[in-house]
Design a protein around this ligand. Structure first.
Ligand SMILES: Nc1nc2c(ncn2[C@@H]2O[C@H](COP(=O)(O)OP(=O)(O)OP(=O)(O)O)[C@@H](O)[C@H]2O)c(=O)[nH]1
Ligand SMILES: [Mg+2]
Length: 324
């Protein structure tokens, strides 16, 4: 453990100095969560809140990675250091997303001011709700001014991960079913900025009109953030300046309104709760397995299946076994 602590401190030091391999190694430690991840957490805790975290979400293929890549370009020309996390909650592997993102991020592949990384859940305690913000802190420790978090897909856990960002960007594009998907996934509630990408295609106007209607941009409450809709053609870099301007406006509003601080606290609360529940579950399972609980579960299950016991009472008995 002592050796690991020293190694972690050394890694964090190298990450601070901008060594991309050290950053990659630290994120792997965070992601796997079976080594000195607590040392990593302690070492980078002080860096919390140093970067602005921008979440990008939307249906598969809508243009998140392409948009992220052009944003990276714009932020780099301001001299910022940028991190990109592509998060795939549904996959245990850092697989498919990575390949496409590597291609789309190729323009930045040799830029030492850009870190691109894919992450999957991989059985982390508390899942990506814990691992993703920890990885963000690693990137903050590495001196990133902005971290872009892109999720693959639009399921519940994606919304959770991206919803924890300082600014949430929801992307839509002309194409059948897309606005339906957005509405279904609850993305109409979480977006601070809506990007209608692929504006070079037919139907972009209709998407803008539908969105405007759906999110009611016309009438924000006094002092509230007026949600914006930005059109982009990410492949050509068109609209990226407007997107960046909207992002800056939201960052400024977050600061003056106190919403930024509120979100960060909420994000930390989510992390703590996810970790606590995961730890309790692990402790419970460990205690059960040491008491042969699977036999007890099987007995109870037989009774529930036979209709001689209800599942609530079965749990009462199961927990009584644990506490006994
Ligand atoms: N015509 C057009 N095509 C675009 C635009 N933006 C992205 N694309 C294309 O759409 C495809 C998907 O783009 P990505 O950026 O990978 O989309 P994504 O949302 O990251 O996709 P996943 O990560 O797989 O969910 C690629 O072939 C892009 O070249 C655009 O503005 N116009
Ligand atoms: Mg992508």
């Amino acid at each position: 453990v002592v050796a690991e602590r020293v190694a972690v401190r050394d890694l964090v030091e190298r990450a601070r100095g901008g060594d991309p391999r050290a950053v990659a190694r630290l994120i792997t430690l965070v992601e796997r969560a079976d080594g000195p991840h607590r040392e990593v957490a302690q070492a980078v805790a002080g860096c919390a809140g140093q970067a602005r975290v921008i979440g990008l979400t939307g249906a598969p293929g809508v243009g998140k990675s392409t948009t992220a890549s052009s944003l990276v370009g714009a932020l780099r020309s301001r001299g910022e250091r940028v991190g990109v996390l592509a998060v795939d909650p549904s996959s245990p592997f850092t697989g498919g997303a990575l390949l496409g993102d590597r291609i789309r991020m190729q323009a930045h592949a040799t830029d030492p001011g850009v870190y691109v990384r894919s992450m999957a859940a991989r059985g982390h305690l508390g899942g990506l709700a814990v691992a993703a913000p920890e990885a963000v802190r690693v990137l903050e420790a590495a001196g990133c001014d902005t971290v872009l978090v892109e999720t693959v897909g639009v399921g519940q856990s994606e919304v959770e991960v991206v919803g924890a960002a300082d600014t949430v960007v929801v992307l839509v594009a002309p194409g059948a079913g897309d606005s339906v998907q957005v509405a279904k996934a609850g993305l109409l509630e979480i977006g601070d900025i809506y990007v209608v990408n692929k504006a070079d295609r037919d139907g972009a106007d209709i998407v803008v009109r539908d969105l405007r209607q759906a999110i009611g941009v016309a009438a924000p409450e006094p002092g509230a953030w007026a949600r914006r809709i930005v059109r982009t053609t990410a492949t050509a870099g068109v609209g990226v300046d407007e997107l960046l301007e909207a992002l800056d406006a939201h960052a400024a509003w977050s600061l003056t309104s106190g919403e930024g601080a509120r979100r960060r606290a909420a994000r930390a609360a989510t992390e703590i709760e996810a970790l606590a529940v995961a730890r309790m579950r692990a402790e419970l399972e460990a205690s059960w397995s040491s008491r042969g609980h699977s036999a007890v579960v099987q007995e109870l299950a037989a009774e529930v299946a036979a209709g001689t016991l209800d599942p609530w009472s079965a749990v009462d008995r199961l927990l009584a076994v644990k506490e006994a």
